[in-house]
Design a protein around this ligand. Structure first.
Ligand SMILES: *Cc1c(COP(=O)(O)O)cnc(C)c1O
Length: 376
């Protein structure tokens, strides 16, 4: 028998309609460069959305934004950077690009993000053994804000800058303020699987214009002000292209719809699976508003998680275990870590369900029907 079950993806691009017009505009006006009207308009739209007079530098990826961001915060060879362990590897790879050393901090159970108490423990330990860490990378994982107030208070207490990895959290807010705006520097991603996409892209955002100006300078090969090409800094080719920014402009027009749809997916799963005692969801505490980039479930055990994942796969439905903590990754497992088992347990028991804003009701029903069949 031929398998005719249509594939359901975890999170696929979802165009709004006007993206192609902006891309055509770039062609019609011959702005096919890593600067131009679409880049300016895209940055303006992001800044309007984030509020708080935040400045925006559109870049080629979220990873590039983290790389430049750490440099702007003064991270150099041999420095230590505290990084949330429960995240995608791109949060920490730029630490390695700079020859700095990651120190991993585990998550707490309320938001699945950086534990304030373990952060404090890590800082106190590193001050004694090595010196004050150069920066903190805190992540709003899966769109859920981290405990902003607690983390920022500790960071201020020890005068350590925060780089906020908001790659998964565009459209999320904490106490009604946009995620990405709490740290010294915030990072966004417009990769293909994120809540909105430019097919590939990212942004560095900050209330401090000196940071975004410097990011744009470094991202465009660090040319000094001279009639010839003169360089007194190592530069990068990290600026976003005007063609891709056209996609971003169109996507910004539908961002809130995308957040609403993804939150709708989460509610659907929560309601349909409510009768299954084995399934847990991550709740929003007061003041926390998640874009629900990915809808995640927690099961009682690795075995049950795998049974669900494989049953979905059998139905041609893509799902994905929660992020493997970085302190357990082969490339990072030799580095210092301050952990209590929280992210390890989330990793072994958790699963991301299909979460695209373009899923139909029948797609969502196929997912929940399949999970129910496994557990009933
Ligand atoms: C996607 C992602 C990044 C990297 O963004 P790219 O645009 O893909 O380079 C960084 N951190 C987290 C948490 C991400 O999910």
């Amino acid at each position: 028998m031929i398998d005719t079950k249509e594939k359901i993806w975890l999170s696929s691009p979802h165009m709004g309609g006007s993206e192609q017009d902006y891309v055509n505009e770039a062609f019609d006006t011959n702005w096919i460069a890593p600067l131009g009207p679409n880049v300016n308009a895209f940055e303006y739209a992001i800044s309007e959305k984030l509020g708080d007079q935040v400045h925006v530098a559109a870049l080629s990826s979220g990873t590039a934004a983290i790389h430049l961001g750490l440099q702007l915060l003064g991270v150099e060879h041999g420095d230590e950077v505290l990084c949330q362990s429960f995240t995608f590897s791109a949060s920490a790879n730029p630490i390695m690009y700079l020859g700095a050393t990651p120190v991993f901090v585990d998550s707490e159970k309320d938001t699945w993000n950086m534990s304030p108490s373990l952060l404090r423990k890590a800082i106190e330990n590193r001050i004694i053994e090595k010196g004050v860490p150069k920066a903190i990378i805190a992540v709003h994982l899966y769109g859920m804000p981290y405990k902003v107030e607690e983390i920022q208070r500790i960071a201020k207490e020890y005068n350590i800058p925060v780089l906020e990895d908001s790659a998964e959290a565009l459209g999320s807010t904490y106490m009604k303020r946009a995620c990405g705006t709490f740290g010294d520097i915030g990072v966004l991603s417009f990769n293909g699987n994120k809540i909105i996409t430019t097919s590939g892209g990212g942004a560095l955002v900050s209330r401090n214009k000196a940071y975004t100006d410097r990011a744009i300078f470094l991202a465009t090969q660090a040319r000094d002000d001279a009639p010839h090409y003169q360089h007194s800094n190592v530069g990068y080719n990290y600026r976003m292209s005007n063609v891709l920014a056209g996609i971003g402009r169109g996507q910004m027009e539908v961002l809130q719809d995308r957040v609403d749809s993804r939150r709708g997916n989460f509610e659907f799963y929560q309601n349909k699976l409510a009768s299954l005692k084995e399934i847990e969801f991550l709740h929003e505490a007061d003041g926390f508003y998640s874009n629900r980039w990915l809808s995640c479930i927690l099961t009682p055990s690795f075995e049950i998680r795998e049974r669900i994942r494989l049953a979905l796969l059998d139905e041609n439905i893509e799902s994905r275990p929660l992020w493997k903590p970085l302190h357990l990754q082969p490339i990072f497992n030799e580095y210092k870590k301050f952990v209590d088992g929280t992210s390890e347990s989330l990793f072994s028991r958790g699963l991301c369900l299909p979460s695209g804003s373009n899923l139909s009701l029948s797609d969502l029903e196929r997912v929940t029907d399949c999970i129910k069949k496994v557990l009933l």
